[in-house]
Write a protein of this length. Structure first.
Length: 522
């Protein structure tokens, strides 16, 4: 039977989800009846009483290899695109037979490899749980730790909310990792039951700028264990990771076919113009300006386009970019407003946009950090200071991968014209989508709107929340400071008054003394 497959149609959905505006599409039309070459096992090793590691050769195909099917004792075990497999959860002192065959994208099957058998290790008669001798040294984490000679390498990379452990042992081991804010390690633990030489694990849901103690223990197939590392690390504070704050008060004015952009305060910026949608980076559109300024005049920007989107990125001292402040402008002959609007991407901002909820995205996942406070949309009441920037954060793993753009709109409910829109971008660690909202500078009731768009610019998520912005500086205790010059000024008025009072009292007593003898004579 002839098999015909249009690869372009099959992979078209994946192509559409790519985060780029340029594509290379290969269209394959025809039939294929040639099977892949037969894979052969290069090693089948029993590394523990419950585990066998398998490695086989790579098959080749005349068009495109699909993967491999692994059999254990004649039964399907796994389908994979890799040439290695760890078969765990086996029984000690038991012989297992393995076979493997390949398939291509037309589902042509290779012949099955020759069967290879091996036996899991027996249960040791004596199991020792004591640690082997250790040597002390400086770990590659923050602290000075204890590590054994059985460890080949060890490394920790910390983020604001996570820590990634990577290490290698000379022999296959499984591991137990415990951590906490003290040496009781009561913060949590991770257990891996597979015996490996190269290990990697990630500890999540940590607090920023916090010191954590940990103990990483490896276990041999025989049951004996040793300490890979016992030390501490500190998560990165949000201040260390902070991207530059966006410009505040971005406005757009349409003058005939020209556009004038302005914002509060001079800054080094890059301005991107895009006629289709919001430019998410300096390469997503036309870079119309790069330099220090507090306004920019874009001539004839609307001559051939009805709408333009501008994204203003602040450039930090280290070259890092802010997430971007966004404004949309429309040609005057198509809209009734006198000026360009700060509304993205709708044509006009309604009093209250309806919410669109994304499955599995919780309100508590949408978070705000300001100073030492941490709040989320799940909080009943959110209060911000008007004098400090606000960090918006949304964990990357909480969103579907096909989403393209996230925007945060901050509006003063007393004046809808006072609306600022900010692009949300992936942070330096690639763990969360973040934006630094500049200080609002004035108090009142504000509306925060989070909008999420897909690659077709459809709004797939919208979350709206009213927040209170406090314009007063909040301190633990207000103290009145009296300066010496104030004391001198007060004394000019106080001393004469005191002298007059003393004189009145003296006259009153003197008069009483004169009157009393007269009363006694009577």
């Amino acid at each position: 039977m002839k098999k015909i497959l249009f690869f372009g149609l099959i992979f078209l959905p994946a192509i559409l989800l790519a985060d780029t505006s340029e594509f290379n599409i290969n269209l394959l039309v025809g039939s294929d009846t040639t099977p892949p070459t037969t894979p052969e096992f290069s090693s089948v090793t029993a590394v523990a009483t419950t585990q066998i590691d398998l490695v086989w050769s790579t098959s080749t195909d005349n068009y495109l290899l699909g993967g491999y099917v692994l059999l254990r004792d004649g039964n399907h075990l796994a389908t994979t695109t890799q040439t290695t497999y760890i078969d765990a959860g086996l029984t000690a002192s038991t012989t297992y037979s393995y076979e493997v065959y390949a398939f291509d994208s037309f589902y042509n099957l290779s012949s099955t490899s020759l069967p290879v058998a091996t036996t899991t290790l027996p249960i040791p008669s004596v199991v020792s749980t004591s640690s082997t001798s250790t040597t002390s040294g400086t770990s590659e984490s923050t602290g000075t730790g204890t590590r054994t000679a059985d460890t080949k390498s060890f490394k920790i990379v910390t983020g604001s909310h996570d820590a990634t452990f990577t290490w290698e042992t000379f022999r296959p081991t499984k591991f137990v990792l415990r951590w906490g804010r003290d040496e009781d390690y009561d913060g949590g633990y991770i257990i891996n039951e597979k015996y490996l030489s190269q290990h990697k694990t990630i500890v999540n849901e940590l607090e920023p700028g916090t010191k954590y103690f940990y103990e990483l223990r490896a276990i041999y197939p025989s049951g004996s264990s040793f300490v890979v590392e016992r030390s501490y690390f500190k998560t990165t504070s949000l201040a260390d990771l902070a991207t530059p704050a966006n410009v505040r008060g971005l406005k757009a004015e349409v003058i005939n076919s020209d556009v004038k952009l302005s914002w509060d305060g001079e800054a080094v910026v890059k301005i991107v113009r895009n006629s289709r949608f919001v430019g998410v980076d300096p390469h997503d559109g036309v870079l119309v300006f790069s330099g220090r300024a507090k306004e920019f005049y874009d001539e004839k920007a609307l001559e051939n386009y009805a709408t333009q989107f501008y994204t203003v990125f602040v450039v930090g001292g280290d070259g890092a970019l802010s997430s971007g402040a966004v404004v949309r402008v429309d040609r005057k002959d198509l809209v009734s407003d006198e000026e360009g609007e700060n509304i993205v991407p709708g044509e006009e901002m309604e009093e209250s946009d309806p919410e669109i909820l994304i499955p599995d995205l919780l309100l508590s996942d949408i978070r705000f950090f300001q100073g030492g406070s941490d709040s989320s949309l799940a909080d009943e009441k959110i209060i911000f200071s008007a004098h400090e920037p606000i960090l918006f954060s949304l964990a990357k793993d909480r969103l579907p991968r096909h989403l393209k753009t996230i925007l945060v709109t901050v509006s003063d409910t007393r004046n809808r014209v006072d609306t600022q829109v900010f692009l949300v971008r992936l942070n330096k660690l690639g763990t969360a989508y973040e934006a630094v909202i500049p200080a609002l500078n004035s108090g009142g009731l504000y509306e925060v709107k989070v909008e999420i768009f897909d690659y077709e610019r459809n709004t797939v998520g919208r979350y709206v929340k009213k927040v209170t912005v406090n314009s007063k500086h909040i301190t633990e205790e207000e103290e009145t400071v009296i300066f010496p010059d104030q004391i001198i000024n007060w004394s000019k008025h106080l001393i004469p008054g005191v002298l007059i009072l003393i004189g009145v009292i003296y006259l009153w007593f003197y008069r009483r003394r004169l009157i009393r003898p007269t009363e006694d004579n009577l």
